[in-house]
Ligand binder design. Sequence first.
Ligand SMILES: Cc1cc2nc3c(=O)[nH]c(=O)nc-3n(C[C@H](O)[C@H](O)[C@H](O)COP(=O)(O)OP(=O)(O)OC[C@H]3O[C@@H](n4cnc5c(N)ncnc54)[C@H](O)[C@@H]3O)c2cc1C
Length: 239
Amino acid sequence: MIQWYQGKVQGILQESPSVRRFFVEIQETSHFNFKAGQFVTFDLPIGEKRMQRWRSYSIANAPDGGNVIELCIVHVENGAASTYFFETVQVGTFLKFKGPDGAFCLPDKLNTHVVMICTGTGIAPFRSMILMLAKTHPSTNIHLIFGCRMESDILYRAELDKLAQNCSWFTYDICLSREDLKGTRKGYVHQVYLEKYFGDTENKRFYICGWSKMVDEAVENLILKLGCDRSQVLYELYG
Ligand SMILES: Cc1cc2nc3c(=O)[nH]c(=O)nc-3n(C[C@H](O)[C@H](O)[C@H](O)COP(=O)(O)OP(=O)(O)OC[C@H]3O[C@@H](n4cnc5c(N)ncnc54)[C@H](O)[C@@H]3O)c2cc1C
């Protein structure tokens, strides 16, 4: 039997021109247990059939024993669910969802260096993981490679800067495909890990999150060009 929850939207923040953060308070419990990297699936009033109505979203905040989850959602042109989130959902809206689900998580005992590769809202599960690690200060390194189109699309930028300043185990690169900006790389995420980890993949795990074009290319590059074993490469596909 699926356990469904009612979430009440508690707050909405415009994070970039096309991305909003939604804070959802779960009504049935004061402790919503999930692992960093997991997602929830909403049953939205946008169609008749299950396939039309159900959409999954990664939980973007770290587990904190509370009952509020954060979602980071991009508005896709003509996208049924994201348009519903952007045009209909308001503070106070109730949303039906199930979860948490998914195995795109860090191991309980982190003993390899982790490279996180993402574009756009693919940052969501990594933000959850990084904020969780910030409480425990791992002894391994975390390197985030984050691809966006332009400066205005960079999500959680101030927070990432602060984490990199305060946490010696955390570094990040931002790649902008459509803009030159000091302190960022011009181009796609692929050039960064291909350059940095060529001949240096031992004791490393690569986590990838986002849309299929980027994820497929990264998986192929890591295995064929960098010689990673399949077990070193984990990914979450958004579509
Ligand atoms: C496990 C999981 C976790 C997810 N987590 C998130 C998340 O945290 N944040 C988030 O924004 N989305 C996330 N998604 C994607 C989300 O479930 C929806 O697919 C997304 O919101 C688009 O749904 P839609 O109904 O608006 O568009 P649809 O009407 O379903 O699709 C419209 C078309 O656009 C394509 N498309 C949709 N979005 C993009 C995009 N950004 N780039 C390129 N093509 C696209 C689709 O493949 C489709 O062809 C996740 C998906 C999965 C499976």
